[in-house]
Design a protein around this ligand. Structure first.
Ligand code: ATP
Ligand code: MG
Length: 158
């Protein structure tokens, strides 16, 4: 359904904010204006839940998690950046494969099946979007995805 993304994203983050450990801070960076996208909300919520849960799960010492939306002409760019353990460069593409887990020893104790990002990729592509990741080992990870905009109403236009 036609949905204003920033408003919707705030709601998703609010739900996390109520349930996360004290040492993790969610920082929001949203553009002004209304950004209409076509969303299957249940599916998009599954995408965001996994990406944000990963950022929390793979940031064992906590730190800041930045949640950002940027307007890139005909697309919205959504990014979730953490200051966690990071992912080795040669493993970065594989994290979107089914059952792939970047470091068995480290991730075993953190739980999960390795399906989250494979499902997220499928669901983002079902929204005609793209998903990818950037990372530096020991410094942190950013997962990004693009969604096509339906149109963009500026400022106070309702
Ligand atoms: P599931 O999501 O099914 O519970 P999972 O979190 O292990 O399990 P994915 O979400 O698909 O699986 O992620 C795949 C792998 O990518 C993870 O096991 C982890 O090794 C790595 N990974 C994903 N997100 C991050 C992140 N933010 N920081 C570091 N590593 C990550
Ligand atoms: Mg996961």
């Amino acid at each position: 359904e036609r949905t204003e993304f920033v408003d919707y994203f705030h709601q998703v983050i609010d739900r996390f904010d109520m349930n996360i450990p004290e040492h993790i801070k969610l920082q929001r960076d949203m553009p002004k204006g209304q950004f209409m996208v076509w969303l299957d909300k249940d599916k998009m919520t599954q995408v965001l839940d996994n990406i944000i849960s990963n950022a929390i799960k793979y940031s064992p010492e906590g730190g800041k998690i930045s949640l950002k939306v940027e307007n890139k002409r005909h697309f919205l760019l959504v990014s979730v950046q953490d200051q966690g353990m990071g992912i080795a460069y040669d493993k970065l593409e594989k994290i979107f494969e089914r059952f792939y887990r970047a470091d068995r020893a480290r991730t075993r104790k953190l739980g999960g099946t390795g399906l989250g990002l494979a499902i997220a990729k499928e669901l983002v592509e079902a929204h005609h979007g793209k998903i990818w990741a950037k990372s530096q080992e020991g410094k942190g990870t950013t997962v990004l995805f693009m969604l096509p905009l339906m149109n963009h109403k500026r400022g106070n236009v309702k």
